[in-house]
Design a protein. Structure first.
Length: 117
């Protein structure tokens, strides 16, 4: 199983980025997909979740209204559209796949997002 994030980078406050996470080696549509992030010097924290069919989402309060999670099961990819970025959004962003059939979970290697002027 492999999850590969992309799309991170340096952006100014108020800007936007779109992260992608391409999955392989698993039946993608059977996994709940989540984004987490780890700010410098802090614990990893939940950002957003999307159900297997993509019809229900959940967000951390800190990103609600600014970030949008979505998925394309035909492309085995989950996305995180991030708008109105703030310096406090600076973190390594990770995608995770969580099975609803067992305890299996898989993580990507992370992608750095830096929000700075």
């Amino acid at each position: 199983v492999q999850l590969e994030e992309s799309g991170g980078g340096l952006v100014q406050p108020g800007g936007s980025l779109r992260l992608s996470c391409a999955a392989s080696g698993l039946t993608f549509s059977t996994y709940i997909m989540k984004w987490y992030r780890q700010p410098p010097g802090k614990e990893r924290e939940f950002v957003a979740r999307v159900t297997r069919a993509g019809n229900m989402t959940l967000y951390a309060d800190s990103v609600l209204g600014r970030f949008t999670i979505s998925r394309d099961n035909a492309k085995n990819t989950v996305y995180l559209q991030m708008n109105s970025l703030k310096p406090e959004d600076t973190a390594v962003y990770y995608c995770g796949a969580f099975s609803v059939q067992n305890d299996a979970q898989y993580w990507g290697q992370g992608t750095q997002v830096t929000v700075s002027s």
